[in-house]
Design a protein around this ligand. Structure first.
Ligand SMILES: Cc1cc2nc3c(=O)[nH]c(=O)nc-3n(C[C@H](O)[C@H](O)[C@H](O)COP(=O)(O)O)c2cc1C
Length: 354
């Protein structure tokens, strides 16, 4: 039997065996990865921000064909077709809707009415307070050491702040820097109800990322990531690479021209019309207060991530990564990883008491 401390408000709410979440990472969190996580007792989350509506519909069915366990879908609340995507989640009985940026109240209400739990990711205490007031079911708190878009406050400070602010009302899931059972117990000690991991799940045998990209990640140390605004205008933690250094050095017009080219290519691949892209750009400008050049650069991110994560072009791509990359040195299956984390957490919990 699992140690009672590992059955939490989060596991009860979502109906998963273990308080471990695999987050929605663009191009990485495919049906294969999400299903492997969910089948192993965690909560796998599909990354849908980089999928078209039809791809998402196919991906949901793909996860279903692999496991009966609950899973989630990560979306962007400002995507032009977000309302249709939400209807899809409801129809398909998806358990959790995860959002990089919190959805507005009408979307939350619709998801609730349709029986889908809402779990936005937040990187600051005031955002946690805001979404808790909107009635979300859980919040995923990402500390600054986490991969992808990230804030400035480390998990060790942000997590207790958020637990104190909203933990009594809403279960908090901790992200940013987790990889093992000690981290899980530490997060629970801070008052979290589970942990979520991105980089650690990217580095599993179930992750679809090309082998040479995984090997590059495995070779990195804890100081080999950098937070840059030059990819898409907002702070983004990525592996330090020649491309990122070039972006950091390039003049604004050169960056803008490159970003515009990539945004157009991505729009075409993703089946977005110019109208959709302009609408999406306008939404991003409004919700994130970005300048037009930042909006163009934001269109760039999915292309740059895809170049590495799908095409294996470590020279051309941007590789989002948490600092935790520096303490990861193997590629277990999701099932082995989760079993190992739970076994270690149980040992730590027993050791603390005894
Ligand atoms: C390669 C990669 C892609 C990511 N893409 C997304 C995304 O599409 N949506 C999102 O909400 N978060 C995204 N993130 C952030 C993760 O979901 C997660 O919050 C973060 O990785 C946690 O920190 P960790 O890497 O230390 O585990 C991404 C992270 C990585 C490493």
């Amino acid at each position: 039997m699992t140690h009672p401390a590992l059955s939490t408000r989060f596991t009860d709410l979502v109906g998963v065996r273990y308080p471990i979440v695999q987050t929605g990472m663009g191009w990485v969190a495919t049906p294969q990865l999400a299903a492997a996580t969910s089948a192993a007792g965690g909560l796998g989350i599909l990354a849908a921000a980089t999928m078209t509506y039809d791809e998402l519909a196919t991906a949901i069915r793909d996860v279903r064909s692999r496991t009966d366990a609950p899973f989630g879908v990560n979306m962007r609340a400002d995507q032009p077709d977000v309302a249709n995507r939400i209807e899809l989640l409801i129809r398909e009985g998806v358990r959790v809707a995860s959002f990089a940026m919190a959805p507005k109240q009408d979307l939350i209400t619709r998801l609730h009415d349709g029986g889908v739990l809402v779990m936005p990711s937040i990187g600051a205490k005031r955002h946690a307070e805001k979404v808790a007031a909107w009635g979300v079911d859980a919040v995923l708190v990402q500390g600054g050491e986490g991969g992808g878009h990230t804030g400035a406050v480390p998990t060790s400070l942000l997590l207790p702040q958020v637990v104190d602010a909203v933990g009594a009302d809403v279960p908090v899931v901790a992200a940013g820097g987790y990889f093992d059972g000690r981290g899980l117990v530490a997060a629970l000690a801070y008052g979290a109800t589970g942990i979520a991991m991105g980089t650690r799940f990217l580095l599993t045998s179930d992750s679809p990322v090309p082998q040479q990209v995984k090997e590059l990640y495995l070779s990195k140390s804890v100081t080999d990531t950098v937070v840059t605004k030059q990819v898409d205008g907002v702070p983004h933690r990525v592996l330090r690479s020649e491309l990122v250094e070039t972006l950091e050095d390039a003049s604004t017009p050169r960056r803008f021209a490159g970003a515009a080219r990539n945004a157009m290519r991505f729009g075409k691949d993703a089946g977005l019309s110019w109208r959709d892209m302009v609408r999406e750009g306008l939404a991003m400008r409004k919700t994130q207060e970005l300048s037009w050049s930042q909006v163009m650069m934001a269109g760039n991110t999915p292309m740059l991530l895809r170049a590495a994560m799908v095409d294996g072009r470590v020279d051309l791509g941007v590789m989002a990564s948490g600092q935790v990359v520096g303490v990861i040195d193997d590629l277990p299956s999701c099932a082995d990883l989760i079993d190992r984390i739970i076994a270690e957490a149980e040992k730590v919990l027993t050791g603390l008491v005894g």
